[in-house]
Design a protein around this ligand. Structure first.
Ligand code: MG
Length: 381
């Protein structure tokens, strides 16, 4: 088998660097045809040297101008349009979509429309524009392979199963670092405390979203679009140990779970090797040492972002794009210490309440609605 040709969009972030870690252990099975980042030119140039990659992209056009200083031979793709051009110019077998946040939308859709499978890590494109992403995959005859651990779990549980046999999807949630914190103390949580996630190694945005439970709400959208099930058949269950990554219940009440140590390299590797499996350089699961697994209802009163996401999902139309835009702006403000932890759901809820309900009819409309949500929160903070 010739090596699988991989383009990594977002190679310097948490998912990108862990993807490279997986590829490092399977050097003969993969060829990296392109690497793209936001603005981290030094890290990108180091990665290009190590993996011998000649096509480099930078979403930030200013940074792209300086890339030649550190990597003189590379072909550089600059700015958001440059990244789209990179998708077609490098002709990959698989795009790893690991650009943080909503910005990954256009490259995801471009790859799928060109018939290229996308291993998708970032949730926001599916939350805000799920229908457009799935339609692009259908038009291009390409597949979205989830990287997110819970989604990878469900994807694996469904192998060989028939759609009509599915009864429910059970999404597990760690509960975030503040699940046991008394409500009155949650107001005073700082960005630094929230960034110290107990279990998973992740980027800043998704770590804050995990602490507010917005992330679990976003994953409900991923389930909804990737597996074509309605919101009322998706249930969230808190599971602090993060050993069961999610479950599927079938019509005969048989429940299949996917388990493993919480290490993102496992679902990343499965997305890269799918439909095959390969050896992984990670420790195995020792259930006797773990001892017990616990489960609980999610606290949607204490962490309203999950409830807001469910409401936006049921409302549909433009509400999911408002949710994504508002959450992005609120998390940015929180990371800058300009608002408190409990202001995040307050501002996101206010944006959803004040939205006029216009339904986007194109990818461009989704961007407009997303921007409206961001501006709303910035103006009302
Ligand atoms: Mg997840």
């Amino acid at each position: 088998m010739p090596p699988k040709r991989i383009l990594i969009l977002g190679s310097t972030g948490s998912i990108g660097t862990q993807t490279l870690d997986v590829i490092r252990h399977h050097a003969d099975d993969f060829e990296i045809v392109g690497l793209a980042a936001g603005s981290s030119i030094e890290t990108l140039a180091d990665q290009a040297r190590e993996f011998g990659v000649g096509a480099l992209g930078l979403a930030c056009a200013d940074a792209a101008g300086r890339l030649h200083e550190v990597s003189s031979t590379a072909t550089v793709f600059a700015g958001p349009d440059g990244l789209l051009e990179m998708v077609s110019a490098t002709s990959p077998d698989l795009v790893v979509g690991a650009i943080s946040g909503f910005d990954g939308l256009s490259s995801t859709i471009a790859a799928l429309e060109a018939g290229i499978d996308v291993a998708l890590a970032n949730k926001e494109p599916l939350v805000a524009a799920g229908q457009f992403v799935i339609e692009a995959a259908r038009r291009g005859g390409a597949e979205v392979i989830p990287i997110d651990s819970e989604l990878s779990a469900i994807f694996q549980c469904l192998r060989g199963e028939r759609r009509e046999d599915i009864a429910r999807m059970l999404l597990t949630a760690s509960g975030g670092p503040f699940a046991k914190l008394p409500p009155e103390q949650r107001r005073a949580v700082t960005a630094q405390q929230a960034l110290a996630h107990p279990t998973w190694r992740m980027g800043r945005k998704v770590t804050i979203d995990s602490a507010t439970l917005a992330n679990k709400g976003f994953e409900m959208f991923e389930v909804r679009w990737l597996f074509d099930v309605s919101f009322d058949r998706i249930q969230v269950v808190v599971h602090h140990q993060s050993i069961i990554h999610s479950l599927v219940e079938f019509r005969d009440r048989s429940v299949i779970a996917q388990m493993g140590r919480p290490d993102m390299r496992v679902p990343i590797q499965f997305a890269l090797t799918y439909p095959e499996r390969m050896d992984a350089d990670v420790p195995g699961l020792d259930l006797a040492q773990i001892g017990s697994l616990t489960f609980a209802e999610p606290d949607t009163a204490g962490f309203p972002c999950l409830r807001l996401a469910m409401e936006a999902g049921r409302a549909g139309g433009g509400y999911p794009a408002v949710l994504v835009g508002a959450d992005q702006a609120a998390v940015d403000l929180f990371l800058d210490d300009r608002i408190g932890f409990t202001d995040i759901p307050r501002l996101v809820g206010a944006a959803l309440d004040d939205y006029d309900g216009t339904c986007p009819s194109s990818q461009g409309d989704v961007v407009t609605v997303n921007n409206w949500g961001q501006t709303y929160v910035t103006d009302h903070a």
